[in-house]
Structures are given as C-alpha cells and as structure tokens.
Design a protein around this ligand. Structure first.
Ligand SMILES: Nc1ncnc2c1ncn2[C@@H]1O[C@H](COP(=O)(O)OP(=O)(O)OP(=O)(O)O)[C@@H](O)[C@H]1O
Ligand SMILES: [Mg+2]
Length: 361
C-alpha cells in the first residue's frame, strides 16, 4: 500500500523518538538537587521529584568514631544518648562545621534515597551531577569544602549556586526576568534577604539569626524567668507550636529540671513567653530587611514595592509573621506556599533550565 507523505513523516518521528528513548535508557545521567540545611536536608532527583526530607543530625560512637544514627532517628536521640554516643549537627549557620560527619550523613541519605534509583536509571552509568545551594556569605574555602564533601559522596560533578537564587526561584518562579524579586528566607541557621533581577543579586544581607538562635533565646528566657532548664528538642517544639505574632495566647506544658533543686519540674509555657523571648531576633530580622530596602537602587524601588516581599524558610510558617513585617516596613509581605521547601523547589527549577543563563559555578 502506498503511504502518504504525512504517514511517512509520522513513522519517522516515532522511530526517532524510540531511538532517543533507547539511548536515554542506556546512558541517562542522574542529576540530584540537594538543600543541605542546618536543621533539615532535602534531596530531589531531577525529573522525578523530592525523594528525601530528613533532619541534618548524625549520632557517633565517641571512642570508635563510627556513625550509628542518621537523620530523623539521630534527632530523636538528641540529648538522650549514653555518654559514649554524641549526636552532632554537622552544619552551623548553613555551613559545614563537621566535614566527616557531613560526608557520613550524606552517604547514608544517598544509599537510602538516590542510589536505588541511580542503579536502575540506565545501563551505562555516566556518573551523577549535584546541584547545591550555599549561603551567599560562604567563603571560598567553605565553597570548596562543600564541593569536596559532595565529590567524596560520589558525585562526578558538583554545581553550586547562592541560596537567594534558589529560594527566590522556588518562591517566585523565573529569576531571569526584568522584574525585581524581593525575597527573605528565615531558616534555622540564617536569615538571608535579597533582591534578585535578570539572574543577578542587586542587594542582599545575611544575618546569623534564625530558628536555632531563637531556641537559645527561649531556653535562656525560661531559665531566668522560671528557674527551669528545658532540653533543646523540647524548646524547639515549644517554639514551633507556640510562636505566633497574632497575639493569641495558647499554652503548652513542658517538663524539665528545676535549676534550684535539680529535680524534675513541669511548666506551663505561654505563647506570650515565646513571643517575648524571641522578640529581639524578630526585630533584628526586620532591621535587616529594612537595610536591604535602603540599599535598593531608586529605579527598582517601584517594582519592589508593587510586588512586595515574599517570605520563605521554616520560620515563615509563624502565624502572623507576614503582617508583622509588613506593618514595620510598610510594603506588602506574603508567605510562599510550602515555605520550607522553597530552596529545594528552586534548585530543581534552576537545575532543569541549566544552560546559557546559569547561576551555577
Ligand atoms: N511553625 C513554625 N513556627 C516556628 N518555627 C518553625 C515552624 N516550623 C519550623 N520552624 C523552625 O524553622 C526552622 C527550620 O527551618 P528550615 O527548614 O527552613 O531550616 P534549614 O533549611 O534547615 O536551615 P538553613 O537554611 O538556615 O541552613 C527550625 O528552627 C524550626 O524550629
Ligand atoms: Mg534552608
């Protein structure tokens, strides 16, 4: 039977698609996006989606040096281990502070979430690519250490980008447009504020103020006000459950030790306790946002004011935080959807469009 020209064209296209999919199944490179956060690590396989979200904690046997607990399990053990085990947080302020611990933790996460996929991804293994966001305050040495850690874990190429590109992209979409994106990420270790436009950072500020600092402030406050010593994990839970900037006054009972007698004691902690304890941190964050606004070039002010500030990071989930900041800085403030996932979502987006307009180095 004689086929029409259109039929022949369709058949050719099908053959080309089949050949392409055959080669893809033989040599597909696995690309992985990693948001290595001070409190949480998120991993995603490009083209597949998010495959891991676990605490950045690791438990080590002190004498033997071996690692025993990883991620969420290690966090559960924090403050509850026998003397021969220490639970480490291998990142401080978004930067590697324990290189070996970090490599061991990443190796565990890779085994759990990435390698099973990688083994089945293709016949020939062309290696794995890593796309990572690091704080814009990281020094060259810290950048090199981060690259080195990921190479040790098994990545053949490691691409870094500055965090503001990632969370701005995760919260607001393309960072390559000519409209300024004003974004603040309030996380565990750091608060980073930036104005991003046309794939560049116009002005930014990073301060070592975030959830971890607030936890320490709350711990100190409860010691001074009630003479109570409360463990770090309980403090963090109290802050997550009670902190709100809407003025509501919920309570939560917590158990700890009396500083006076050393005996167990329980205490009803109120939301206003948490507000009072963390007020200076919140105000430091507002001051930092103000400083960034003051450094915005005049031509961009209109664009920034129109679209306002978008909040990302775990602390953006504090009820009332957007309204509070908005009243202080007098421009609209909103919270992005799933603010704690903005950095990893942005990394996925940036890794996918890696090409001419790249923010990776
Ligand atoms: N509802 C909430 N209210 C208050 N704080 C919260 C809430 N949810 C999470 N947090 C806090 O947010 C912080 C975690 O934020 P996030 O996951 O963005 O940090 P991270 O990415 O691990 O850290 P970083 O980016 O600074 O390295 C923790 O301090 C946690 O206690
Ligand atoms: Mg983060």
């Amino acid at each position: 039977m004689i086929k029409s020209l259109e039929d022949i064209q369709t058949t050719n296209e099908t053959i080309v698609a089949k050949i392409r999919s055959f080669f893809q199944s033989v040599i597909t490179q696995t690309s992985v996006a990693i948001d290595l956060g001070t409190s949480m690590t998120r991993m995603a396989i490009i083209g597949k989606g998010i495959v891991l979200k676990e605490a950045t904690y690791i438990g080590q046997h002190i004498q033997q040096g071996t690692y025993l607990f990883f991620g969420d399990e290690a966090r559960l053990m924090y403050g509850k281990t026998p003397q021969f085990i220490q639970v480490i947080k291998p990142l401080e302020g978004g930067i590697l502070s324990d290189f070996d611990g970090c490599v061991a933790l990443l190796e565990h996460f890779m085994q759990k979430a990435i390698l099973p996929y990688y083994k089945n991804a293709s016949l020939i293994k062309p290696g794995m690519k890593a796309f990572i966001a690091i704080p814009s305050s990281a020094t060259e040495v810290e950048q090199k250490a981060t690259k080195e850690a990921f190479r040790k874990v098994g990545f053949t190429s490691v691409h870094l980008t500055l965090k503001p590109y990632a969370f701005a992209s995760g919260a607001r979409g393309s960072i390559f447009h000519h409209m300024p994106l004003f974004v603040a990420d309030i996380s565990a270790g750091l608060t980073e504020i930036a104005v991003v436009i046309s794939g560049g950072i116009v002005c930014s500020k990073t301060i070592p103020m975030g959830g971890n600092y607030m936890d320490r402030q709350l711990q100190h406050y409860l010691q001074l006000k009630y003479g109570m010593m409360i463990g770090e994990q309980t403090i963090s839970l109290l802050k997550d459950r009670l902190l709100n900037l809407q003025g509501t006054n919920d309570t939560q009972t917590a158990r700890g030790k009396s500083l006076e007698t050393g005996l167990p004691k329980s205490l009803k902690v109120t939301a206003s306790d948490v507000r009072e304890a963390t007020a200076t941190s919140i105000n430091h964050i507002v001051d930092a946002v103000r400083e960034v606004i003051e450094s915005i070039p005049p031509e961009l002010v209109d664009g920034v004011v129109q679209k306002g500030l978008t909040l990302t990071g775990g602390l953006a989930q504090v009820p009332g935080i957007a309204d509070y900041i908005s009243k202080e800085i007098k421009i609209p403030v909103s919270v992005t959807e799933h603010p704690d996932m903005a950095t990893i979502n942005g990394l996925i987006r940036l890794a996918r469009q890696k090409g001419e307009q790249s923010v990776f180095f």
